[in-house]
Design a binder for this molecule. Structure first.
Ligand code: IPM
Ligand code: MN
Length: 360
């Protein structure tokens, strides 16, 4: 079939602007490649709280459950960040959505583009040629363990818990991906201190036996934070638990030159969600300055997931073309920059033009 139901959740801050560009581009791809993408919109996050009081309304959840893929923008609003007493928070919408859809693996690819290596504050020799795939566990660990705050505010806790099953399912994906790449998995943990980390090591060592062509090594998260900046090329596939993955992936984004470039895919047994790794960037909301590339590359990951590999390849090629021609937003070129929608239009035109020349 060539029919795909896509749930679109633009969310907060710059989420709607960057998602608009992805939808625009997917429409172009749909008409050129003959795919029928049926976009159905839902609300989530702060926007949903303001409208309904609930950061993940039931309608939105149902829509996502019955879609072939979810295209997600961003979530978060400063009015909640600065209020520790807020009981309902935008982030709860995304966390619950991940949990309800069973999106256990969050995949965050990181590559350097040769025309952008100078944008990173890190030295060119260190970062050039970096190609890392981060597998972050997404629905367990400290994010989802028991939480408690004592009434009088005297103490609070968050429990970090992992089951063997939580680890097994994502570890297999990481090893399988490594087989197609440079055949190395690095498990990032804190096994010198945490029981959960020791469980991760034990389970991963067992699974590694099923992938004799893949080397498994281990690194403590504190050292990994340093190694990522000192020598990122040593990494191929990184496998890690939820919170370490959250932190490490923001750090890793510095290598690519801008967090505005990095996409992600969150995969479960029957659902999948695609979102930029950047947040809602509320200061930029409505200004047309947000980089749409992270969202657009998330859409490319979605095309791969839907097994529309030709379209995904074309989309990535068009993004590379925009970057090489410096048709980028201000985060990547302060001298001459284009708006969010100009970058999207450029990509649309490139896809149309290159497909036409290809077929004629
Ligand atoms: C991310 C974000 C989320 C997370 C927030 C918005 C809950 O930082 O996707 O990395 O911590 O997982
Ligand atoms: Mn994060």
């Amino acid at each position: 079939t060539n029919y795909f139901k896509i749930a679109v959740l633009p969310g907060d801050g710059v989420g709607p602007e960057v998602t608009d560009e992805s939808v625009k581009i997917l429409k172009t791809i749909g008409s050129l490649f003959n795919y029928n993408f049926d976009f159905k919109y839902g609300i989530i996050g702060a926007e949903a709280i303001f409208q309904t009081g609930n950061p993940l309304p039931e309608d939105t959840l149902e829509l996502c459950k019955h879609s072939d893929a979810v295209l997600f923008g961003a979530i978060g609003d400063p009015s909640f960040d600065n209020n520790p007493d807020a009981k309902v928070r935008p982030e709860q919408g995304l966390l619950r959505l991940r949990k309800e859809l069973g999106l256990f693996a969050n995949i965050r690819p990181l590559k350097t583009y040769s025309s952008l290596v100078s944008k990173s504050p890190l030295k060119k020799e260190i970062i050039e040629g970096t190609d890392i795939q981060i597998y972050r566990e997404l629905i367990s660990g400290i994010y989802f363990g028991e939480k408690y705050t004592e009434e009088d505010g005297s103490y609070a806790y968050d429990v970090c818990r992992y089951s063997r099953e939580d680890i097994v399912q994502i570890a297999h994906l990481a090893f399988q991906d490594a087989q197609k790449r440079r055949k190395k998995v690095t498990l990032i943990d804190k096994a010198n201190v945490l029981d959960t980390s020791r469980l991760w090591r034990k389970v991963c060592k067992e699974i590694a036996k099923e992938y004799p062509d893949v080397a498994l090594d281990f690194m403590f998260v504190d050292n990994a934070a340093m190694q990522l900046i000192l020598n990122p090329k040593q990494f191929d596939v990184i496998l890690t638990e939820n919170m370490f993955g959250d932190i490490i992936s923001d750090e890793a984004s510095v290598i690519g030159g801008s967090i505005g470039l990095l996409p992600s895919a969150s995969i479960g047994d029957s659902n999948a969600l695609f979102e930029p790794i950047h947040g809602s960037y509320p200061q930029a909301k409505g200004k047309g300055i947000a980089n749409p590339i992270a969202s657009i590359l998330s859409a490319a990951m979605m095309l791969d997931h839907l097994r529309l590999e030709d379209a995904a390849r074309k989309l990535r090629e068009s993004v590379e073309h925009a970057i090489e021609n410096k048709y980028v937003t201000a985060d990547l070129n302060s001298e001459q920059s284009y708006s969010t929608s100009e970058v999207g239009d450029f990509i649309v035109d490139y896809i149309k033009y290159s497909e036409k020349t290809y077929y004629n």
